[in-house]
Structures are given as structure tokens and as C-alpha cells.
Design a protein around this ligand. Structure first.
Ligand SMILES: Cc1ncc(COP(=O)(O)O)c(C=O)c1O
Length: 425
């Protein structure tokens, strides 16, 4: 099983069988409030009838069509609809099947862009410590989580920015930590070390999710943008988690008012009903690749299932729901109550930090000495037993509920979290 202690899991499995709205039901019949949108992906709530019907209809009309030197209308329609929500200037879409594929695609776009410009020395990619960019070889190379790389090594030329989690100064910070100059200026140091002319791109999650909801300090992303622009380096935002309304805007780039050159998405794209990812690229990147003889393939990349009909149908139906229910701005309305709820847990035993932005939050627990991750695992199992699905990375609980949550769900989350945290050894 993915990212699972398999033997421990098999000894005491947690099996989900059915879902609807804000809830799952497990094979024991237990009703479980979903505080994680599945895995940061079911943004509009579970089993939306419209999406299910769209998939069903599409599977009867056109199950599959190749998209190599061929096509079908749906990816074009979907791309066109999506770009009504993406920041102006990022109007070109390439479909993938997952976040990991989106990341690898984005990195390849960056390398291909410089190559097309004749800037062939720009092959170095800069990621960030604690970054998670999926599990492809590109993603683990730029990613900054050592466990994900230890057994596999680095196949790309990469270096890493420092992470932005400053727990000396910013524990229990609500929203963005105050401006701090050091983390972004570290990019200048890397440029001095490697030479700007060797660096193709910088990739960061606008808010780091998987490593435990790490919120960037004020002005950080703006400063990365300035430095990248000054040195001809592309800036890639990995929006696999932050995309599709998580922060109260369609994408994090709009929340932070910082335009990347390329950004990745997946997860909420189809409300997770069919696996799919999408990479958005700027007009400049697109136009640079659309050169050379017209009979030649411009970008030697793609997947059999890029723009799969069922995924497009699911994505179009999900977008209808997001638009009709104004879900891209809903997190902005609910975030203050969510923030109050989560910070009301400060002061409970073992809670050493709480961080939040939009509808993302982390509760960091003090590790049991000599047993990192055990307290987090105990929280996960206790919460599940009490009817609450949380996500745990090490000893950090991450919450990212569906955007359709109501006050009663917040109240249930608080009550369950409080009682399990009070009972943890
Ligand atoms: C920021 C980010 N990028 C990439 C991925 C990888 O996505 P997938 O698991 O769909 O390959 C994830 C998954 O959590 C993610 O959070």
C-alpha cells in the first residue's frame, strides 16, 4: 500500500466503503467525518451526483480516444473552462493523470523552454527542503523530504532552498507568519553558488502541505518571484493541494497575488472522482515552444491517458459545481471560524504548534522520545475510532476539510479532536 506501514495496517485495517458529502462509512458501518477531503482532493464533498452521471454518460459515449496526433473535443473544452479561473497569462493547459505526473511535466516544460531558447546550460532545478512534489523521479529530486529519496537517489541536477518553518519565532501563528527576509534571500545565495545561467527553474508549493502545512512568511513568494525574474529563472508553483479553492481563491497564486510561469494541479481538478492532473503554462513558455518547423512535435512528452474522456467529463462536472456553489471563494468565508476552532486546541497536552491558512491547518504534537511518529499514529487511530478522518505526517495532524463544510462539522471536528488529544498518552 502507498505510504503505509503495511504489516501494521494489515493487523488492524481501516477500510472505507461508502461516502457522501462530508462523510465516509467504513466496513464496520461507522460514520466518519472527513476532515481531510479524502487526501486533499474531494473539495466539493463526496459522491456528487452530477459528477457520477457525467462519468457514466461519457463512458457510454466515448470511453477512450488517443490524444497523440489525434484528439477529441473534451480536453479543449475543459482547458478553455479552466482558464476562465486561472490567472491571466497562464492560459495553456497540459493534462496528466496525477500530481506526480504534473510535477514531472512542469519540470520538463521548464527544461524544454530553456532548450528551445538555446539556453541549454540551464539544467539545474531548485526545490525546497520539506517540499513534497509527488513520487516521480523529478518530484523526489526537487522534493525536500529525505525519506522519499533515501533509497532512490537523485537523478536530476538539483539544489534546495531552506524551508520556511520558523518555530523559534512563529509558533501558534494565525495565517501568514510575519515578513522574514532570510528564506527568500537564500535563493540569491544559491544563484551565487551555481550561477544564474545554470538554473532552469525554482519549484515550491505556495503552502507546503504534505510536510505539515507550512505557511510562507509574508512577502516570501513575491520575493522569490522578483529574484527569479531578475535572473531569467522560471518560477513553478506546485498547486496540487492549494488549487481549486483551498485558500479561498481558485489558485494560491491569486491568493498571494504572485504569478508563476508554470503551475501544477491535480486532486481537486475532478473532485478526485477520476485521476487527473493539469499543468498551466504562461503564454511566454507556450510561445517559446511553438517555434521550429510546424511538422515537428514541439514537446516530446505526454501520457496515453492525457485528457482521458472520463476524466474530462468528471472535471467539467466538478467545475460546474465549483462555479454554481461558489466554492472557490467559500474557504475565505469559513476560514475565520476554522481558525478559531483549530487554535482553541492550543494549550492541550502535547500540542506544540498550530498553523493555518484558508482551509488548511496543522496541529503539531510533541514526539514521544525515541519514537517519532508514534503519537501521530495514535492520534490517527483514535480519531478514526471516534469517527473523524485526519491526516498525519509524523507527529503532525493535517486538516483540509471539503469546502462544503458547515458549522456543525466544525463543531464535531473540535469536539473529537479535543477528546482524542486529551486522551493521548
Ligand atoms: C504539492 C503536491 N505535489 C504533488 C503531489 C503528488 O500528487 P499524486 O499523489 O497525485 O501523484 C502531491 C500529493 O499530495 C502534493 O501534495
Amino acid at each position: 500500500m502507498p505510504f503505509t506501514a503495511n504489516r501494521r495496517f494489515k493487523a488492524a485495517p481501516r477500510l472505507l466503503e461508502r461516502a457522501e458529502g462530508m462523510f465516509y462509512w467504513d466496513t464496520e458501518g461507522r460514520k466518519i467525518l472527513d476532515a481531510t477531503s479524502g487526501l486533499w482532493c474531494v473539495n466539493a464533498g463526496h459522491c456528487r451526483a452530477e459528477i457520477q452521471q457525467a462519468i457514466s454518460k461519457q463512458s457510454a459515449d466515448l470511453d477512450f480516444a488517443p490524444t497523440f496526433q489525434m484528439g477529441h473535443p473534451l480536453p479543449f473544452q475543459f482547458a478553455q473552462r479552466l482558464t476562465q479561473h486561472s490567472p491571466t497569462g497562464l492560459d495553456h493547459v497540459f493534462f496528466t493523470n496525477s500530481g506526480s505526473e504534473s510535477v514531472d511535466t512542469a519540470l520538463k516544460f521548464a527544461l524544454a523552454y530553456h532548450h528551445a531558447k538555446g539556453d541549454t546550460a540551464r539544467t539545474l532545478l531548485i526545490g525546497r527542503e520539506k517540499g513534497y512534489h509527488g513520487v516521480g523521479f523529478g518530484g523526489i529530486s526537487v522534493g525536500g523530504l529525505p525519506n522519499n529519496r533515501r533509497a532512490f537517489g537523485n537523478l536530476l541536477q538539483v539544489d534546495h532552498l531552506p524551508h520556511t518553518l520558523d518555530q523559534k519565532r512563529h509558533r501558534f501563528c494565525r495565517g501568514l507568519p510575519p515578513y522574514a527576509v532570510e528564506p527568500a534571500e537564500a535563493l540569491e545565495t544559491l544563484i551565487d553558488q551555481h550561477g544564474a545561467g545554470r538554473i532552469a527553474a525554482v519549484i515550491v508549493e505556495p503552502v507546503a502541505g504534505s510536510a505539515g502545512v507550512i505557511i510562507p512568511p509574508e512577502g516570501y513568494l513575491q520575493r522569490l518571484r522578483e529574484i527569479c525574474s531578475a535572473h531569467g529563472i522560471l518560477l513553478i508553483f506546485d498547486e496540487v493541494i492549494t488549487g481549486f479553492g483551498r485558500l479561498g481563491t481558485p489558485f494560491a497564486s491569486q491568493f498571494f497575488d504572485v504569478l508563476p510561469d508554470i503551475f501544477t494541479t491535480a486532486k481537486g481538478l475532478t473532485n478526485a472522482a477520476v485521476p487527473m492532473g493539469a499543468v498551466f503554462v504562461s503564454d511566454t513558455v507556450h510561445e517559446t515552444l511553438m517555434t521550429g518547423p510546424e511538422e515537428q512535435i514541439e514537446f516530446f512528452h505526454g501520457y496515453t491517458y492525457s485528457g482521458h474522456p472520463l476524466a474530462c467529463a468528471a472535471g467539467l462536472a466538478a467545475l460546474d459545481i465549483y462555479e454554481r456553489e461558489a466554492l472557490f471563494s467559500r474557504a475565505a468565508e469559513v476560514a475565520p471560524a476554522f481558525e478559531e476552532m483549530i487554535h482553541s486546541l492550543a494549550g492541550l497536552a502535547h500540542v506544540v504548534d498550530i498553523r493555518n491558512l484558508g482551509l488548511m491547518a496543522a496541529i503539531e504534537l510533541e514526539p514521544i522520545p525515541g519514537k517519532p511518529g508514534e503519537r501521530g499514529h495514535a492520534a490517527l487511530t483514535a480519531a478514526f475510532a471516534a469517527g473523524l478522518l485526519i491526516r498525519v505526517t509524523g507527529d503532525t495532524i493535517a486538516l483540509s476539510p471539503p469546502l462544503v463544510l458547515e458549522p456543525e462539522h466544525l463543531a464535531q471536528m473540535e469536539k473529537t479532536l479535543r477528546s482524542i488529544l486529551e486522551s493521548l498518552a
